[in-house]
Design a binder for this molecule. Structure first.
Ligand SMILES: *Cc1c(COP(=O)(O)O)cnc(C)c1O
Length: 385
């Protein structure tokens, strides 16, 4: 399916809404039936029915079709947050006594899911350094049901060889799931590399305007139906029609926003990489990146997030740099129009700072849609102070 078709036409049945170009926001909780027989049929198979907006809603449905097609998947489920799109499928697919092998350092709330929530149900997790495929095979146990990936992660950007890990999992009958938020479907296609389930925080590149929190998971119809029929309806982490509509709007410009972000990021990275005050730049598409070859092999492009380590061993130096930035806003999240900065020192108090720990000195930057030269001059003046 062509990208332009997916983003501009797929799922949009304009005959049923006055030929309006923009789809309607079907802001309703419930749907009515003409007969008891029709009502009964809908109740018996809610996955195929328009019954109640915790399950299906026509505006959300347009979005689901587009997001599934973007990933090359059979179906998609959309959630009220990215973490709901990660936690709900995992809760649906795992049972008491199951074991997960997860890449080390996935998204913070994913770590909490594996370390705090799943153990309540007798599900255990082993975290492995995902840069070596053998680490996954060595961690597999007879009760391993899921291999969880996030390639790259959003702070230090370690990659996993997605094809190799998926092939290993398939051989052993283990499900694979990946958090593909960093790349979005435009820059990485995990289903084509053999992954079963692809999750994404739609809050980031899909929404793209820092005004919606949402998530998506895509996969085969059989797995998506299994998730829908139980945990999706039971946990109820659904998205509102209004927010689904905003994501459809976000999708219209996804390719040009991402292109701009990726092009600008490279310019900003090149500037920082040669700056005398910068010790190190960490970005998958920078030739100095440890897994540069793998990045080039499995990712179509990269941009937005990258990290730097400054040549300073004081919290004050890091804080001064971040506080001096005028156009990179101090905030969590990423993927919107605005450039952002988050130093790892926000996560602890200054007396806990260990200058020998490179991770303590990392500063994550997100390059948004501003002119790259505007951003570079901001970074330059902040480095000079
Ligand atoms: C933001 C993020 C999430 C969580 O998504 P929310 O929409 O905030 O719930 C998951 N994974 C990654 C990589 C993220 O950046």
């Amino acid at each position: 399916m062509e990208l332009s078709y997916i983003l501009n036409e797929l799922g949009e049945e304009r005959d049923s809404y006055f030929q309006a170009v923009a789809p309607p926001i079907i802001q309703t909780s419930n749907f009515t039936f003409k007969s008891v027989a029709d009502f009964r049929k809908a109740l018996a198979n809610e996955y195929e029915a328009t019954l109640y907006s915790r399950g299906n809603n026509p505006t959300v449905d347009i979005l689901r079709k587009k997001l599934a097609a973007l990933d090359g998947a059979e179906d998609a489920l959309v959630f009220g947050s990215g973490i709901a799109a990660i936690a709900t499928p995992i809760l649906a697919l795992l049972h008491q006594g199951d074991h997960v092998v997860s890449v080390a350092k996935p998204y913070s709330w994913t770590i909490k899911l594996f370390e705090k929530l799943l153990p309540k149900f007798g599900i255990t997790t082993t975290f492995v350094d995902g840069t070596q495929v053998e680490n996954f095979s060595n961690a597999i146990r007879p009760n391993t049901r899921l291999i969880y990936l996030e390639s790259p992660n959003t702070f230090t950007y370690e990659l996993q060889d997605i094809k190799a890990v998926s092939a290993l999992a398939k051989k052993k009958g283990i499900l694979t799931m990946i958090d593909n938020s960093y790349c979005s479907p435009l820059n990485q296609q995990p289903i084509k590399m053999g992954v079963d389930l692809v999750a994404q925080s739609a809050t980031k590149f899909i929404g793209g305007h820092s005004d919606v929190v949402a998530g998506v998971v895509t996969g085969s119809k059989s797995i998506i139906k299994k998730i829908f029929d139980a945990e999706f309806l039971n946990i109820g982490g659904t998205i509102s029609p209004m927010n689904a509509w905003l994501l459809i709007r976000g999708l219209r410009t996804l390719p040009i926003r991402l292109q701009r972000v990726c092009d600008s990021t490279k310019k900003v990275v090149d500037f920082l990489a040669q700056h005398p005050r910068v010790e190190k730049v960490i970005f998958p598409f920078h030739p100095g990146f440890t897994q540069y070859e793998l990045a080039k092999k499995q990712m179509l492009d990269a941009g937005g997030l990258f990290s730097i380590v400054l040549k300073t061993d004081s919290v004050a130096g890091i804080e001064k740099f971040c506080n001096s930035l005028k156009h990179f806003l101090l905030a969590v999240s990423w993927g919107g129009h605005e450039s952002l900065v988050i130093p790892s020192v926000v996560g602890f108090t200054p007396d806990q700072f260990d200058p020998a720990n490179t991770n303590h000195r990392i500063i994550r930057l997100y390059v948004g849609l501003e002119d790259p030269d505007y951003l570079i001059s901001d970074l330059k003046q902040a480095l000079d102070t």
